[in-house]
Design a binder for this molecule. Structure first.
Ligand code: FAD
Length: 435
């Protein structure tokens, strides 16, 4: 008896597309994976500083932004961290865990890509590199330039706009849009923030455990603690990365509300930019009262010291000298002769150091992007609610995770669901005979 296999076309050979292709092929489909670049999975190689933090033991919808939490929970429960671990273990990869963060034992991102490539081969996926999907017609025809390719089902996994050198240039959004999908505005996320203050140059290179807080009126407090990195143009490090998508959206919405306020926002063509005030607490383990008590004790015990000596050891020296200067003090005068209010102002600056964020670095520097295909138009089976037989996976959707392996986990999870579902149902149009 003739056996028919569903033909599945996957557009985009990143983490999500590779997972979707493997799963669909292992579920019995005849799968073709189109990758616009010269090789699949290029971005995977740069993840986790080359070590690839591919998942995290702590996984729940609060680790993600964009999509509705209930929708996310239903998706994540279909392919969770255990499932990811089982998938890679079954592919022969040994795994290392650090505080819940998952890496290949080799600590080489290339190991992850190697096992995925092997599994693509053993699953029988036809991998076509150097061919970009330029148009998709429902039914389905995927065009790579003038060349048409017929499929029963199509999975779009083209990524977003982040790190475009790895191939994700945003072209997938156009494919989705042409098929009637709404695209939630896309902004860089997990990215550095740029500040107006020229004194940033004086403290560039300093790292500090700090709480970074956005001072804006909004329904939720935006505050993150972690290792802050000061650069000559602004602020970086994990806490800044975690809040960058929300700062970019605040600016985007402000620009939409006040289109003529100031210079153009870098990620909203033609729209005006609004600064966002950010407050940094460089001494989060001390209250201002505790610091003021300490100041009083020091004044009583060590009033013969210079202002610089007086504050020694409180913060990194470069940072401390800047605080002293901003408080209007001279570093080499005796603390006993210094203005008391200015001495207190130094402590206030340590607790609430305000900078004005003018924008973020561009998509070139972003690890992911926020926004994308509106998940309200996509089921928890990753199928489009508008076009039957069309599926989505990965960063192309309006789902972005926090630092810590969550974005790759989303790629594996959504890719797996899309692959399984696309292969699962019986073939409709254009069944092929594989006998
Ligand atoms: C520097 C860096 C470090 C990161 N570190 C981590 C980390 O440690 N942990 C973590 O969880 N996440 C990390 N991320 C994020 C993570 O890599 C991404 O979220 C994830 O790879 C997204 O997978 P994707 O398959 O959806 O998209 P992508 O990886 O962007 O893949 C999309 C693919 O589709 C191809 N493509 C695009 N358009 C077309 C088209 N029209 N036709 C054919 N092909 C097309 C592209 O060439 C690309 O290969 C990092 C990202 C970067 C940039």
């Amino acid at each position: 008896m003739n056996k028919t296999r569903v033909r599945v076309g996957v557009v985009g050979g990143g983490a999500a597309g590779i997972m979707a292709a493997i799963t669909a092929a292992e579920s019995g489909a005849f799968v073709t994976l189109f990758e616009g670049g010269e090789r699949v999975g290029k971005k995977i190689l740069s993840t986790g500083n080359g070590k690839c933090n591919f998942g995290n033991r702590i996984l729940d919808p609060t680790c993600y932004y964009g999509a509705d939490r209930t929708w996310l929970q239903e998706c994540l429960s279909q392919f969770d961290t255990d499932a990811t671990v089982r998938f890679f273990a079954a592919s022969g990869m040994l795994i290392k865990e650090k505080n819940g963060y998952l890496y290949p034992l080799s600590e080489q991102a290339s190991t992850v890509l190697d096992v995925l490539r092997t599994r693509l081969r053993t699953a029988g996926v036809q991998v076509v590199t150097g061919k970009k999907g330029t148009r998709v017609e429902a039914g389905f025809t995927v065009y790579t330039g003038d060349e048409p390719h017929r499929f029963d089902r199509v999975i779009l996994a083209c990524g977003g706009k982040a790190a475009p050198k790895t191939g994700s240039d945003g072209s997938g959004y156009l494919l989705a849009k042409e098929l009637g999908h709404r695209i939630v505005p896309v902004v860089p996320a997990l990215v550095q923030l740029r500040c107006r203050e020229t004194f940033m140059k004086e403290i560039a290179g300093v790292r500090a455990d700090a709480v970074v807080r956005v001072l804006s009126q909004g329904p939720e407090e935006i505050a993150e603690r972690g290792e802050l990195q000061l650069t000559d143009y602004g602020i970086s490090g994990i806490p800044v990365f975690q809040m960058s998508r929300r700062v970019n959206y605040i600016q985007l919405h402000a620009a939409e509300l006040h289109p003529h306020a100031s210079e153009p926002h870098p990620h909203a063509s033609g729209k005006a930019s609004q600064e966002v005030e950010v407050s940094i607490d460089f001494l989060p383990d001390y209250t201002l009262q505790e610091l003021e008590d300490m100041l009083k004790r020091r004044l009583a015990q060590a009033a013969d010291r210079t202002v610089e000596e007086f504050f020694t050891g409180l913060l990194n020296k470069k940072l401390m000298l800047l605080m002293i200067k901003l408080a209007g003090l001279k570093r080499d005068v005796a603390a006993s002769t210094a203005d008391r209010q200015a001495l207190y102002a130094v402590l206030q600056l340590c607790k609430a150091f305000t900078v004005h964020v003018t924008g973020s670095n561009s998509f070139d520097n972003a690890q992911v992007c926020a926004g994308g295909v509106d998940t309200a138009q996509v089921g928890t089976d990753m199928q489009s609610r508008l076009v039957q037989g069309l599926y989505f996976a990965g960063e192309m959707l309006d789902v972005d995770g926090r630092c810590g392996g969550y974005n790759l986990q989303w790629a594996w999870c959504s890719g797996h669901i899309a692959g399984r579902q696309a292969a699962g149902c019986s073939a409709s149009a254009g069944e092929i005979d594989t006998k």
